[in-house]
Design a binder for this molecule. Structure first.
Ligand code: MN
Length: 306
């Protein structure tokens, strides 16, 4: 259970260099307009919004690497985010990082990994996503870095990215679970199998039910990790509920499946950091995706129906 006297530190990371679809750089703004801070304050938390980490926009830079688009800026800004997230954790606060495309998690996981290493904690990650985000420059069909952050956290990828936060593997694949998968590239399929990642596809959720899937994952995580990070790619949710995402894929998590999972997360002692990725206001309808995401975040932090 989260301690509501803990301070939540809201960090905006408006990156859209990791994706081809424009608009996710406005994600932090949309989440603020959806009152993410007030929703958490209503639960009793004190929330400090420290604004956005400034990122140079796409128009004033060159693509350079076709298989790692905008690599220099992504690497530099991931380094900045990593340092910031580590400092927030070191000072005992809860970092809530709002993106931005999912390349944001390169920096957040690097910082969390560095904090865990220094404090002898084992890091666990639950990745909610339609996609596996486990490509490398060798396997990527698009060259978009937002399809790579999980591979990078586990030590696979360009060394300018895997070395952020320190030259070590931030996440042991045994301490990773992915939920909501329904669009996986061939190279990712191989890596998931090679590493034996606990990957719960929509098939598994349909078959077992979200309560069973969440119970299995959280029992395992509660046994084996000290710091649980949630990376919530809003495209894990069905586009009917969350149309404002960069890469929508039909057949995703329902409204209730998403909330149920997050309500269960809130009971886990090790839960200590959260990313929200891929909210794209340009593709949204009257900000409903950010409103939903903000409500889901509140569920993960203790909001209850009764
Ligand atoms: Mn993703």
């Amino acid at each position: 259970m989260l301690d509501k006297s803990q301070r939540v530190r809201l960090i905006g990371f408006p990156i859209d260099l990791g994706t081809d679809r424009r608009g996710v750089d406005m994600g932090p703004s949309a989440m603020r307009i959806a009152d993410i801070d007030l929703r958490l304050q209503a639960l009793g938390y004190s929330v400090i919004d420290e604004g956005d980490i400034p990122i140079r926009n796409i128009e004033i830079q060159e693509e350079q690497h076709a298989r790692l688009k905008y690599l220099p800026e992504v690497a530099e800004m991931s380094h900045v985010l990593s340092t910031r997230v580590k400092d927030v954790l070191d000072s005992g606060e809860f970092p809530l990082i709002i993106g931005g495309d999912h390349s944001m998690s390169i920096g957040s996981l690097a910082g969390i990994g560095a904090h865990c290493k220094e404090n002898d904690k084992t890091l666990g990650v639950i990745w909610i996503d339609a996609h596996a985000d486990m490509n490398t420059a060798e396997t990527t069909p698009s060259g978009n870095i937002h399809g790579m952050p999980l591979a990078i956290a586990m030590g696979y990828g360009d060394s300018s990215l895997t070395s952020i936060g320190g030259d070590f593997r931030k996440l042991d694949p045994r301490n990773l679970a992915i939920i909501g998968l329904r669009s996986i590239d061939p190279g990712e399929r191989l890596l998931i199998k090679e590493l034996g990642v606990a990957a719960y596809t929509m098939f598994d959720i349909d078959k077992l039910g979200m309560h069973e899937v969440a119970t299995r994952i959280l029992e395992e995580m509660s046994r084996s990790v000290d710091h649980l990070h949630i990376s919530f790619d809003v495209d894990g949710v069905d586009p009917d509920i969350a149309p404002g995402v960069g890469t929508p894929v039909p057949g995703g998590l329902t409204f209730r499946e998403t909330h149920l999972f997050m309500e269960m997360i809130s009971r886990i002692d090790a839960y200590a950091s959260l990313d929200v990725a891929e909210v794209n206001p340009i593709l949204d309808v009257r900000n409903k995706t950010a409103e939903f995401a903000a409500d889901v975040v509140a569920s993960s932090m203790g909001k209850r129906i009764l």
